[in-house]
Write a protein that binds this ligand. Structure first.
Ligand SMILES: C[S@@+](CC[C@H](N)C(=O)[O-])C[C@H]1O[C@@H](n2cnc3c(N)ncnc32)[C@H](O)[C@@H]1O
Length: 196
């Protein structure tokens, strides 16, 4: 278990209190039908699912996954955890009505491959909702994010501070229906639809 995964929930506590839990309540709370959650970590979204028929969550880091067991037991909807990475999803084509990803595309080693996998397993027209920290639009800030990434990535289990996730999502062929920026563009909520 890395130090980052052991401390993750503690590190997140102030951010959750500030606004993340509101975002999770919105994103997970609105998720309907068969839901796929990418990189569910310690399961911080699990308490907020209420309308989903079922949730399949994938998480490649066993230590993170273990920390979500209690939240799985207490969830209001059935949650199944799969030990898998987003680049090779263990599901058939056209399976999910909703896909959600929070604070995860910064860390996925091959995000373009992962987005192709999301396209494959999501039904045509399925909702895909992401909440991510991303490369900021302000150039000096973006340069700072790039400069800090090598050190940060070592501390935070591969997390990149300068990923252009919206650009990757567009390049993968998803139609972005709505994008909201927060904290000067450090965070974005992206709502898109899977192409038919
Ligand atoms: C910052 S944590 C976010 C966890 C959770 N989504 C949340 O909102 O708290 C990043 C997560 O991405 C996961 N991850 C890393 N590589 C991944 C991959 N290839 N596919 C899916 N998830 C991955 C990590 O194991 C970790 O749980």
């Amino acid at each position: 278990m890395t130090l980052f995964s052991r401390l993750y929930d503690h590190l997140m506590t102030p951010l959750e209190a500030a606004s993340f839990c509101k975002m999770r309540r919105q994103i997970a709370g609105d998720a309907e039908g068969r839901v796929l959650e990418i990189g569910s970590g310690t399961g911080l979204n699990f308490p907020y699912y209420r309308r989903a028929a079922s949730v399949d969550a994938i998480e490649p880091d066993a230590a993170m996954g273990r920390q979500s067991f209690d939240r799985i037991r207490r969830a209001r909807v059935p949650v199944r955890l799969h030990a898998a990475g987003a680049e090779a999803l263990p599901f058939p084509d056209d399976r999910f009505d909703t896909v959600i990803a929070t604070l995860v595309f910064c860390t996925i080693p091959d995000p373009a491959r992962a987005l192709q996998e999301v396209r494959r397993v999501a039904k045509p027209g399925a909702r895909f909702v992401l909440f991510e920290h991303v490369r900021m639009p302000n150039r000096p800030m973006a340069a700072l994010q790039t400069a800090l990434t090598p050190a940060w990535s070592k501390i935070a289990d591969g997390c990149r501070l300068d990923r252009d996730t919206a650009g990757l999502v567009r390049s993968a062929g998803f139609s972005i229906r709505r994008m909201d920026s927060y904290a000067g563009g450090l965070f974005v909520k992206i709502e898109c639809v899977t192409p038919g």
